[in-house]
Design a protein around this ligand. Structure first.
Ligand code: PAF
Length: 283
């Protein structure tokens, strides 16, 4: 695997590969790789000639009181994992390379960021859309892979790709979970043993919603109350950021369950903010 730190070098390698009609698969990450990331990389490996992974802890998607400085940085083990998965190129730029002096162009969406996580993380999705647009212009992939765990992020990227005419297929891959159901996340490493047990409340609350919908419950306020009860039973001191049942494309909150909905939540376990979601189809 070749490690590339410079934008111009990455672009010139890609342009050469494109001349040879190679299909490029791309997995953008912030490192601290886990099985969730590896599942995206494996899919990219299956569907493309060349696989590029980026590791870049993007400063502009973190709010002033968020975890930019303590975000896990595990470069050596990430590198081993990427080599094991036969990744061809690791793009590993510095913040200065991505945002040099004078940088002032940002990508903003009008509606999708103003739901779910966007409400409590102002500016987050502007940071995500901006860095992903830049990475797409640098890596010029045919296919790019994102996890369903960051459902809102994936929808925002899909919209941005349509609106800005990137010729890239966006593939949203299923959430990878620990044996007990906890969604894999780089932030799980912040949890103490006690918090790790409590973190299961997100998955259990989603299971509760699924059961209720399968039994025919359609009133969303009723489902949300039961989800909250489940969370408080497992983690009485958890701080619920939001529980929402939304339209899968617009992300607007619903009052009754429609044919296909996304049940999503964000919960603070101690100081760690965890997110999870289920896509549920009503039979
Ligand atoms: O999901 C992530 O890890 C990040 O938000 C991404 C897409 C790599 C952009 O920084």
């Amino acid at each position: 695997m070749k490690i590339i730190e410079k934008i111009l070098e990455m672009q010139s390698i890609i342009l050469n590969l494109k001349k040879k009609s190679k299909k490029i698969g791309f997995v953008p990450t912030m490192g601290a790789l886990h099985e969730g990331h590896l599942s995206l990389i494996r899919e990219a490996r299956k569907e493309n000639d060349i696989v590029v992974v980026s590791i870049f802890v993007n400063p502009i998607q973190f709010g002033p009181n968020e975890d930019l400085n303590k975000y896990p940085r595990t470069f050596e083990s990430d590198k081993k994992n990427l080599e094991r998965e036969k990744v061809d190129f690791l793009f590993f730029p510095t913040p200065m390379e991505m945002y040099p002096e004078g940088f002032e162009t940002y990508v903003n969406l009008k509606k999708l960021p103003y739901h779910l996580c966007g409400l409590s993380r102002p500016g987050h999705f502007e940071g995500v859309a901006t860095v992903v647009a830049k990475l797409f212009n640098i890596v010029m992939p045919d296919n790019a892979y994102f996890g369903q765990k960051d459902y809102q992020q994936a929808k925002i990227i899909e919209r941005m790709v349509l609106d800005l005419n990137f010729k890239i297929n966006i593939k949203i891959m299923p959430i990878v979970r620990e044996k007990d159901g906890l969604a894999m996340s780089s932030r799980n490493s912040y949890l103490t043993t006690e918090e790790r047990k409590k973190a299961l409340c997100l998955y259990q609350a989603l299971q509760k919603a699924k059961e209720m919908i399968e039994k025919g419950e359609i009133k969303i306020d009723v489902i949300k109350k039961e989800m909250e009860k489940t969370i408080k039973e497992i983690a009485p001191d958890a701080n619920i950021d939001y529980i929402a049942i939304v339209h899968p494309d617009t992300l607007s909150e619903l009052s009754v369950v429609e044919k296909r909905v996304v049940v999503a939540l964000a919960v603070f376990i101690g100081s760690t903010r965890l997110i999870d979601n289920f896509i549920i189809e009503r039979s």
